[in-house]
Write a protein that binds this ligand. Structure first.
Ligand code: ZN
Length: 121
C-alpha cells in the first residue's frame, strides 16, 4: 500500500508535454543519467543500509586492485562482508533449522560463522 501511495505521488508530479518526445530520466542522478553509484546511494538513503567500517571499505578497495582471478576476488569480497554460506548464515536464513547443525564441523564446540571458520581455527 505504501508503494502504491509513493507511485501515485510520483505520478501526480508528472506533467505530460505534447510538444516533446518521450525520454527516460533517472531522477536520483544529478544529470538525469543512471549510474550504479547513484542507484547505490539512492538505495542506501532510502533503506538506511548499514554502514561498512572504514577498514573494510579500504580492504575491499584493495581487493579489487589485485591481479587475481575474479573468483578469488568475489570470495574475498564475500568473506569481508560476511556473506559466505557458513552454517550460522544458513541457520539465520532458515535453511538449517536444527540448533545442533550450527556447530563447526571441525571442533563441534563453536557456531560456524566467518570469524570462527576463517580466523579462530
Ligand atoms: Zn570449530
Amino acid at each position: 500500500m505504501a508503494a502504491v501511495q509513493e507511485l501515485m505521488l510520483l505520478l501526480q508530479q508528472i506533467r505530460p508535454c505534447v510538444d516533446s518526445l518521450d525520454r527516460r530520466k533517472w531522477s536520483s542522478g544529478t544529470a538525469g543519467l543512471f549510474t550504479v553509484k547513484s542507484a547505490y546511494i539512492c538505495l542506501q538513503n532510502k533503506y538506511g543500509m548499514a554502514e561498512i567500517e572504514l577498514a573494510k571499505v579500504q580492504a575491499l578497495q584493495q581487493l579489487w586492485l589485485n591481479n587475481v582471478p575474479p573468483k578469488v576476488n568475489i570470495f574475498g569480497w564475500r568473506l569481508l562482508l560476511e556473506k559466505l554460506p557458513t552454517r550460522e548464515a544458513l541457520y539465520r536464513k532458515g535453511i538449517i533449522t536444527s540448533n545442533h547443525e550450527r556447530c563447526c564441523v571441525f571442533c563441534f564446540k563453536e557456531k560456524e560463522d566467518v570469524q570462527h571458520a576463517f580466523f579462530q581455527l
